[in-house]
Design a protein around this ligand. Structure first.
Ligand code: SF4
Ligand code: SF4
Length: 293
């Protein structure tokens, strides 16, 4: 099979400017990692500057090595390191220093730890909120292998949004995600948050991994069924030749159509949908516009 060529709509400008440099410096001083930089995310300029609203950055907690190995993800697997006990305070300091109004926290999966990192995640949320309760915190959490008591720890820490990514349609879960992940397990985590709290729930799907339109529709319906409020849809990009191949570059018009279906037909509070959209794409601006306005 020949490889699909990357279309022009996927090209982006490299980030620059004063705000970008300030944020980068503050992160380096505290030895913190962002997904934005690690994944060389094409949206960095837009998200970090927050020109039309709150700036957003995504902090990656608990190291840069994951206990799982998903076929689409560039994070290294195995060789897990102990947690840095100062990380929650360091992240909170950086958020205050940079002046972010909306923070996304995510992490690698830590199946190696007795609580899979839930306590550390919760501590970081609390540290940010203690400094300034008005900072909006979104956390993109692992599935915690479906252990409800661990998801509860995150709910109890009081974030504003809890996100967990279902990543793809039911049929493709295992060519795409690590075998310990799964469609029902992810739906159950999102459903638990909806049942047990008033916190907004959010998820993300990558398109272009071989899914059919009726499967996308079914997935969106299943997500609404368990109470998910916000969904993002973006193009899968292959990080290297050893990762899952892109099966299709989905046209921007198709992304627009899915956005309308999600918002107007299925009733999501909002859907960010486009080739360059990532789960935290302009998360602050969109959340404030669509949910808090
Ligand atoms: Fe990457 Fe997350 Fe999968 Fe780990 S669990 S390999 S960080 S997508
Ligand atoms: Fe960072 Fe997410 Fe924005 Fe990319 S989309 S720059 S990862 S906040």
């Amino acid at each position: 099979m020949s490889r699909a060529r990357k279309p022009d709509w996927l090209k982006s400008r490299p980030p620059s400017g004063r705000r970008f440099t300030e944020i980068k410096q503050s992160l380096r001083e505290r030895d913190l990692h962002t997904v934005c930089e690690e994944a060389n995310c094409p949206n960095m300029g837009e998200c970090w500057s927050g020109e039309d609203g709150p700036g957003t950055a995504t902090f990656m907690l608990m190291g840069d090595r994951c206990s799982r190995g998903c076929n689409f993800c560039d994070v290294e697997t195995g060789g897990m390191e102990p947690l840095d006990p100062d990380e929650p305070e360091n992240v909170a300091d950086a958020v205050a220093d940079i002046g972010l109004d909306y923070v996304v926290l995510t992490s690698v999966d830590r199946d190696d730890l007795p609580d899979q990192g839930a306590g550390h995640f919760a501590e970081t949320i609390r540290a940010i909120k203690e400094r300034d309760p008005s900072i909006l915190v979104e956390c993109l959490i692992p599935d915690f292998r479906g252990e409800e008591r661990l998801v509860e720890q995150i709910i109890d820490a009081g974030p504003d949004v809890i996100a967990h990514n279902v990543e793809t349609v039911q049929r493709l879960q295992w060519p795409v995600r690590d075998r310990r992940a799964g469609y029902e397990q992810s739906l159950s985590v999102l459903g638990q948050v909806d049942r047990e709290s008033d916190i907004y729930t959010k998820t993300s799907l990558m398109l272009g991994v071989g899914e059919y339109a009726h499967e996308i529709y079914q997935t969106l319906s299943d997500l609404r069924e368990v109470g998910v409020d916000v969904v993002t849809l973006g193009q899968y990009l292959q990080p290297s030749r050893s990762h899952l191949e892109v099966s299709e570059y989905v046209h921007p018009d198709a992304f627009d159509t899915w956005r309308r279906v999600a918002e107007e037909e299925l009733g999501f509070a909002y859907c960010a949908s486009g080739p360059m959209v990532r789960s935290s794409y302009r998360a602050g601006e969109l959340f404030v516009e669509a949910v808090l306005a």
